[in-house]
Design a protein around this ligand. Structure first.
Ligand code: ADP
Ligand code: ASP
Ligand code: MG
Length: 814
């Protein structure tokens, strides 16, 4: 004997019901009980008609018409025309009764829980009748039975308490005499001893099936639904969740208690007592193995089995200075909640007994506050207890697993994962069985928290990084290209799954929550909304993804001003824009401080030497206890290019022009030639070495004539270069005569920084610096005479993009 239950989606329409018939038809066994839900969504619609009618809103009629249409359509598609009239007339007469009930509610303008149950019971009544007729017509040996005649409850409308004695008798008597192989029952509905329709609570069809299984000693209970089992987290929210092959009754119970809707929590009890296994299966993928729930799960020793969550929770805390002295306070507190029919999902009590805090469904919050404040009116009046308030818009998130008690450090891992992602925790509880750890968080953080925890506990290896990229010009477009090329490698080798969620240039911005396909980002970006830095930030914040990184590939002051917003939301910042780190010292220090405080890396390796690992090396030297004594460097790829190509056969003007055209200078070449760019870089190196230095403290011995420095645009600037050609040639000749080369050198020594053109003699470390290469010499306590040298290509879009990429990977490994 087997019991098969099919949920709302499984019987939502004729096509799905046909699929159900195939599954039932292929199930072996001499006796089957098939329990069905209402057609998907009908229960909600029935409750809505009741609500509207009770508030005297005629809108209920249109919904009633929808309900009618869906049932008639199912009949017309399932039952051959010749046999339709009997089924249609029975269904229409039931719908007429429903209409009369709703009219009554509309006229009176009120609905009682008793009438609500009566109205809502039509969903399962109609579905089970239509399905049984379809089975019979399809040559299955089936019969319809009104489950209200079998399952008896008390008068607790909305969630009747089952009278097992009477129900047991009814079922034994009925099934003993039944001559049919298949019995079709409506789930969820029952009746009181007085014969009124009752229901077993939302999602209660699972419970009906479990009650029948327990009474009839079924060999197994199959729950057929729209997902392939009980998943490691709700698969609608966590894309990476997977079906759990085997799980214990207790784990399933905890997961469903904390919101895994795939199983209605009371379902376990009747089958657990008899040791009947539950098999959760997917109606739309019958071959998938699904989840088996039994007493002894085939545990692989995994500590956390699944993660659940309940949305729409409220927290209520009872606290006050006099609480310890009041006897029986917890008893009264929980009694009053129970009398008001409010289920408590979550409890914590401070060990000092100064407060009790409970999590309850948000819909009950107002009622709870009223009854609690009434109960403790005297104590509140005497100032021993504070009057309670409800905190709403919360959710509970729970880790569940039988083996959790034997693993240390799980709660630490849970809370640090949440903390890293800026998810604030309002309350924490650990079940006495140590089978769950639960935390109350803000509802808006649920998606992020679930995904971050899932990644931590189930995807051990792969970490997802979500990028928001501003600036897709020279560097940015190369960066996107590199990500596209390396995506597969990073996933397989570094276990990093990099997704670009948002991109923007100065004209438009574009977002795709599931990751922008990088093959055609350019077209997508053009189709995006008008670019707006603050709207871009709002969107990043609203999406609230875990491991979010903002990447700035612009040279914009305005963009650099938004870093603090990102960091304060635990969103990491990676930038090749030098403005922030070379701005006022306070701003630089504040950004570093925010990064520490909010656990969000702020990385800018490409600010100095493009893709060369200069800042990272410096950071490692300092972290390991070394101290920087002196820095000497050639830090401008642009200036190096210019002086490597300048001689007495070309003009200075032409060389600078060529550098500009080949992308070796900033769009405004004066920024490079005046030394400002190099000043910024030595400033950043000095600051990262632990010195408090400002831009105006750096000495700049410029080789440019006053007139060039004062040029207001590129044309004027180039004209002035031609005008002073002779002085540039003189610089060249002076050096060449001494067999020296001109290099633009930055230096930091004894707290003082300077930049300027120098004549470098043969044999010096800088002499052979080619093309646009950079070089840095770090003289430190550990490298006092022979400096630590870093040398290589220090400019160009490709290497800069790869430097940004390296920062992203650093964050991935963080
Ligand atoms: P039915 O109508 O078949 O009873 P339900 O809607 O009641 O189906 O339950 C199935 C749904 O439960 C899934 O579609 C999914 O959205 C939700 N769900 C929540 N948590 C989980 C989980 N851990 N595993 C599987 N499904 C879950
Ligand atoms: N139809 C009912 C509901 O939607 C019962 C069920 O489907 O389990 O709550
Ligand atoms: Mg359900």
């Amino acid at each position: 004997m087997k019991v098969l239950k099919f949920g709302g989606t499984s019987v939502a329409n004729a096509k799905n019901i046909s699929q159900v018939k195939d599954i039932v038809g292929q199930t072996p066994g001499d006796q089957l009980v098939v329990v069905v839900s209402a057609l998907g969504g009908i229960t909600d619609l029935l409750l809505k008609t009741a609500d509207l009618a009770a508030s005297q809103d005629k809108g209920y009629q249109a919904i009633l018409k929808d309900i009618e249409d869906r049932h008639i359509k199912a009949i017309q598609e399932l039952i051959p025309i010749a046999s339709q009239s009997k089924v249609l007339s029975k269904v229409k007469s039931e719908l007429n009764i429903l209409e009369t009930l709703l009219e009554g509610a509309y006229l009176i303008g009120e609905i009682t829980p008793k009438l609500s149950d009566k109205i809502v019971s039509f969903g399962e009544l109609l579905s089970s009748y239509i399905i049984s007729e379809f089975f019979i017509i399809s040559q299955l040996d089936a019969v319809y039975k009104d489950s209200r005649e079998l399952i008896k409850t008390n008068n607790n409308y909305g969630k009747g308490i089952v009278n097992f004695e009477v129900t047991n008798n009814n079922c034994q008597t009925y099934f003993n005499q039944s001559k049919h192989r298949i019995t079709v029952l409506g789930g969820f509905i029952a009746s009181s001893t007085q014969g009124n329709s009752t229901t077993l609570g939302r999602g209660g069809s699972d419970y009906t099936a479990a009650i029948i299984s327990g009474i009839l000693n079924a060999e197994t209970l199959e729950i057929w639904t729209d997902v392939s089992g009980m998943y490691t987290a709700n698969p609608k929210i966590v894309k990476q969740a997977v079906a759990i092959p085997h799980i214990s009754y207790e784990e399933a119970m905890e997961l469903s208690h904390f919101g895994a809707k795939v199983l209605y929590p009371p379902t376990i009890q009747p089958v657990l007592a008899k040791g009947i296994s539950i098999h959760i299966k997917n109606t739309f993928e019958p071959k998938a193995p699904g989840t088996l729930i039994t007493e002894n799960r085939n545990g692989s020793g995994k500590s956390v089995r699944g993660i659940s969550h309940v949305e729409n929770m409220a927290l209520i805390s009872l606290e006050g200075p006099g609480m310890v002295g009041i006897p029986g306070i917890s008893k009264r507190f929980f009694e009053v909640l129970s009398e008001a029919n409010i289920s408590v999902v979550f409890i914590t009590q401070a060990s000092s007994e100064h407060s009790i805090c409970v999590g309850i469904p948000a819909v009950d919050a107002e009622k709870a506050v009223t009854v609690i404040n009434e109960t403790f009116e005297y104590e509140i009046f005497r100032g021993k207890i504070k009057s309670v308030k409800a905190e709403t818009d919360l959710a509970i998130i729970a880790l569940v697993g039988d083996n959790m008690k034997s693993h240390q450090g799980l709660s630490g891992k849970m809370f640090s994962t949440l903390g890293k992602n800026n998810v604030n925790i309002r309350a924490i509880a650990q079940g006495a069985s140590e089978r769950n750890i639960s935390a109350v968080i803000k509802k808006e953080d649920v998606k992020k928290a679930l995904n971050a925890l899932h990644e931590e506990f189930f995807e051990e290896n792969v970490k997802q990084l979500n990028l928001f990229v501003m600036g897709v010009g020279n560097v940015g477009s190369k960066f996107l290209h590199q990500i596209q090329q390396q995506k597969k490698y990073l996933k397989e080798n570094l276990k990093l799954n990099i997704r670009v969620i948002g991109i923007s240039n100065s004209r438009t911005m574009f977002f795709d929550e599931s990751g922008i396909p990088l093959r055609n980002w350019e077209d997508l970006l053009v189709s995006g909304a008008k670019a707006d830095k603050s709207k871009f930030y709002d969107q990043v914040q609203k999406l609230n993804f875990r491991n979010s990184i903002f990447v700035d590939n612009t040279a914009s002051l305005e963009v650099s001003k938004t870093y603090s917003d990102y960091l304060q939301n635990s969103i990491s910042v990676v930038t090749c824009n030098k403005i922030a780190c070379s701005s006022e010292y306070e701003n630089y220090a504040e950004l570093k401080n925010l990064a520490r405080k909010y656990n969000a890396p702020f990385l800018f390796e490409t600010n100095v030497g493009a893709g060369l690992p200069i800042l990272d090396t410096l950071k490692n030297l300092i972290a390991s206890g070394d101290k920087v004594l002196k820095i000497q460097a050639v830090l401008s790829g642009s200036l190096n290019f210019v002086f490597n190509n300048f001689n007495d056969r070309v003009t200075f003007h032409d060389v600078v022009k060529q550098a500009q055209e080949q992308g070796y200078t900033e769009p405004d070449p004066k920024i490079d030639l005046s030394g400002i760019d190099v000043m910024r870089k030595i400033l950043i190196l000095a600051r990262e070495s632990g010195n408090r230095l400002a831009m105006d403290e750096i000495e700049n011995k410029s080789f440019l004539p006053e007139e060039s420095l004062a040029a207001i645009n590129n044309d004027d600037f180039f004209t002035s270069l031609t005008k002073y050609e002779e002085s540039f040639q003189a610089l060249y000749k002076h050096a060449a005569d001494k067999d020296s080369k001109l290099k633009y050198v930055a230096q930091f020594d004894e707290g003082k920084a300077s930049v300027g053109l120098q004549e470098i003699p043969k044999g010096h470390d800088f002499y052979n610096l080619e093309g646009s290469d950079n070089i840095v010499l770090f003289y430190t306590e550990r490298y006092p005479n022979q400096p630590m040298i870093i040398k290589g290509a220090g400019a160009g879009a490709e290497v800069t993009a790869s430097g940004i990429f390296a920062d992203i990977i650093r964050i991935g490994n963080f």
